[in-house]
Write a new protein. Structure first.
Lengths: 567, 213
């Protein structure tokens, strides 16, 4: 009946959003597949064939690289999910849980590179923990010669990913918890004689998992193919497959790009296969869960043991990121700091001075990219949500998959192709393409963080405003957007954090010529200048925290006389 | 054509099944009470009248306001005022800004301010312009919501359980205030309620919806 037609701009936004989000992924995959088959006109190579695949297979590190990708991916995802589930099972609703949740939420936005550096500085043989425990406990007068970080098995890398992804899964699970009737289910389970952990795992977890399945897949795909964390915590000889792909991409010999493309295709296949295996694993776990329920086993003793373990694991995960950041801070102002002194002998601001004189442009570039990518994405997302509201049609499950797609396709599988494509159509790499590449990753997170508060807004406000004569645009600008100022700013801060933390899109699409805090920080990884790394790691973290501060302060100021919105 | 609100052969269906069927005329100043158990489609009927019917519902029949067919008019052009159970004052605006939200555009700023001040004073809220709506009592909020709606000069008034959120004493007061204002302005009123007391106070005809048959 009166479903007024949407204005043209609003009607165009949802398809445009899909193009902005999925276009680069599709184009990049095409740009990867063709060179992988030998077609690369930019280097004068047009004969299709298996040459690139052959040269990939000839790389002696391949088997180890493939194994690493699989083990780190499965290990990190499983550990992060297990800690999340056990922690929720054993502690949700308790005071300890609330306290840790408050610590974990901001940790979510700490850039991966900063967290990885922090962890490395904490647990390395010459790291802060070893210094604190030496020599009185360990007897070490000099750093022991053991590979704690960059270990051959990728355990440090998996640990780094676990502590960084656990807060992500926990927050996603918490959002799902509200829709799973957990309290009443737990009451029933308790009445039937199940303990806290067992009752939660059997009665609540299945419906939570169904809702966080896509985020779990994102963690798996990401952990298998991440580059920056692998450069910092992963093994070097041979490195992980994704790191090797980036190396090949940077090779002055253009033919190596074909090998890189073949590697990227392999990485894509690996992630796809791993997702299928994980999916099959879900079925197996569900089967075992049913067997457990069928057995009637209450496992009371295991229940009691599981709780402290869960709390300990969650606390260690949160603590290692926090202590890591603290370690970065100490190193950034450290004078001479000999092993095994627990603290540096003196303070020295030289690294920060150097950053103050030379780092300004980098900070500006980082902020500019984050601001424009976030601004563009905000227009896209708010346009899509508003179109959805006016059409009265909610996002389908299929739509949700599309939003997650850019996060499920490994970055290293399509970004090289995207850059190759840009070059072959004569586009220079630079700031513009980098911003568009950031939008691909910023958009999904913005959708996910703004969608819930947007939809939770009481539509009767819209009815009331319309009954008072406000047009749909008036309802949006005069009522909805101001009322949603706080969640919009928070979502924008999440988006900025995503942009600031991006390593590969900046490096590859920028052709190595666009320097952000993250690319500069990761570039320092091989050098071992701990003071400079400390400065850049902290600067990265600060760049992420500032928007969150703004998102707290601005609504408090604007709404200082509006109690209902002060929060 | 007849003055007032005419519901001409209105029938709302979902997935083919008829949910609401009503064919009535509400004269100016009259209150038609629509009663029925929850789920009988009371709110759906109001959504059809305000032009905000959800997808999945199909409505047919005409809505006439003083003889003018507004069935196909967009929600903002119908000039049908509505009050809900909650006051739904816009929390980011002051009391005065809320009241002025629906004022027709144009005119001098000082005149607009005077209009709002007068309306506020009229319901015993003189000088409340700059207050934060959230600091008002329930009864005060309900009164601001009422004058906000009246200042937009609606041609008909819909009440969606508008008194259910108030305690007994306030409720009687608010009912009297709303019905009195509607009568002075000769507004046709359609009130949806599950409270028989509301219907008695309205004194008009009662329409029973659904009954869950």
């Amino acid at each position: 009946m009166t479903a007024a037609r949407l204005p043209a701009g609003l009607r165009a936004l949802p398809p445009l959003t899909m193009v902005a989000m999925l276009g680069p992924v599709a184009a990049g995959l095409a740009g990867t597949l063709l060179p992988a088959a030998g077609f690369y006109p930019a280097a004068g190579l047009t004969t299709l064939g298996l040459g690139p695949l052959q040269s990939l297979l000839d790389w002696p590190g391949l088997a180890a690289a493939v194994r690493l990708s699989l083990t780190t991916g499965f290990l990190a995802t499983f550990a992060a999910l297990a800690i999340t589930a056990l922690f929720l099972a054993g502690w949700s609703g308790t005071r300890a849980f609330l306290a840790l949740e408050r610590v974990l939420s901001p940790l979510l936005s700490v850039p991966h590179a900063a967290a990885a550096f922090g962890l490395a500085f904490l647990v390395a043989p010459s790291g802060w923990l070893a210094r604190l425990l030496s020599p009185w406990l360990t007897g070490w007068e000099r750093p022991p010669d053991i590979a704690v970080t960059q270990d051959h098995w990728g355990l440090a890398m998996a640990a780094g990913l676990t502590v960084k992804e656990m807060p992500f899964l926990l927050l996603m699970a918490l959002a799902a918890l509200g829709q799973s009737d957990a309290t009443r289910r737990m009451r029933v389970a308790a009445a039937l004689g199940y303990g806290r952990v067992a009752g939660w795992l059997l009665a609540v977890f299945p419906s939570i998992y169904a809702q966080i399945r896509l985020p779990v897949y994102v963690v798996l795909a990401y952990s298998m193919s991440v580059v920056d964390v692998a450069l910092i915590l992963g093994p070097t000889t041979p490195p992980t497959l994704s790191v090797q792909i980036v190396r090949w991409m940077g090779d002055p010999d253009l033919a190596m790009r074909l090998t890189a493309s073949a590697g990227a295709v392999l990485q894509l296949v690996l992630v796809g296969a791993a997702l299928l295996v994980w999916r099959a694993g879900e079925g197996a776990v569900a089967f075992l869960g049913r067997r457990w329920i069928g057995s009637g086993l209450r496992a009371g003793r295991a229940d009691a043991a599981a709780r402290p373990v869960a709390l300990g694991a969650a606390a260690i995960a949160a603590g290692s990121v926090l202590l890591g950041l603290l370690t970065l801070g100490i190193w950034s102002v450290a004078g001479f700091w000999g092993f095994p002194d627990p603290l540096p002998g003196g303070l020295d601001l030289r690294s920060w001075m150097r950053f103050a004189t030379g780092g300004g442009a980098t900070v500006a570039t980082t902020a500019l990219i984050a601001a424009i990518a976030t601004g563009l994405s905000l227009i896209f997302v708010i346009g899509c949500l508003e179109a959805e509201h006016r059409r009265g049609k909610a996002l389908s499950q299929k739509g949700l998959w599309l939003i997650y797609l850019p996060l499920l396709v490994p970055q290293v599988a399509f970004l090289p192709g995207l850059q190759t494509l840009l070059l072959s159509v004569g586009l220079k790499s630079g700031l513009g393409p980098v911003i568009l590449a950031h939008v691909v990753f910023v958009l999904p997170y913005l959708f996910l963080s703004l969608g819930d508060p947007w939809r939770a807004w009481d539509p009767r406000y819209a009815t009331t405003a319309a009954a008072l004569g406000a047009r749909p645009a008036g309802v949006l600008w005069r009522v909805r957007l101001p009322m949603l100022l706080r969640p919009i700013l928070t979502a924008a801060a999440v988006a900025m954090a995503v942009s600031v933390g991006q390593y590969l899109p900046t490096l590859i699409v920028g052709g190595g010529r666009v320097d952000t805090l993250t690319t500069e920080a990761v570039a320092l990884a091989s050098g071992g200048d701990r003071r400079a790394i400390g400065v850049y790691g902290l600067a990265q973290t600060a760049a992420v925290m500032v928007p969150f501060g703004v998102a707290l302060i601005v609504p408090a100021l604007v709404f200082r006389n509006r109690r209902a919105l002060r929060g | 054509m007849a003055e007032g609100l005419t519901l001409d052969g209105i029938r709302i269906r979902r997935e083919g099944a008829t949910l609401v069927e009503i064919d009535r005329h509400v004269a100016p100043g009259e209150v038609l009470t629509v009663m029925g158990p929850s789920g009988a489609g009371k709110s759906t009927l109001l959504a059809y009248l305000t032009g905000t019917l959800s997808r999945g519902f199909e409505g047919e029949g005409r809505i006439l306001l003083n003889g003018e067919d507004v069935t196909d008019a967009p929600a903002h052009a119908r000039r049908i005022g509505i009050l809900f159970q909650d006051d739904l004052l816009f929390p980011h605006l002051s009391v005065g800004e809320n009241a002025a939200f629906g004022l027709a555009p144009g005119g001098r700023a000082s005149d607009r301010r005077a209009t709002v001040a007068e309306a506020l004073a009229d319901v015993g809220l003189a000088g409340f312009e700059d207050r934060d709506p959230d600091t008002l009592s329930g009864g005060q909020k309900a009164r601001v919501a009422l004058i906000r709606m009246l200042l937009s000069e609606p041609r008909a008034l819909l009440l969606d359980e508008a008194f259910s959120g108030l305690d007994a004493a306030l409720r009687a007061q608010m009912r009297t205030l709303v019905f009195e204002r509607a009568r002075t302005r000769a507004l046709p009123v359609l009130m949806v309620t599950h409270d028989a007391e509301d219907a008695r106070a309205a004194g008009g005809p009662v329409f029973e919806l659904g009954g869950g048959a």
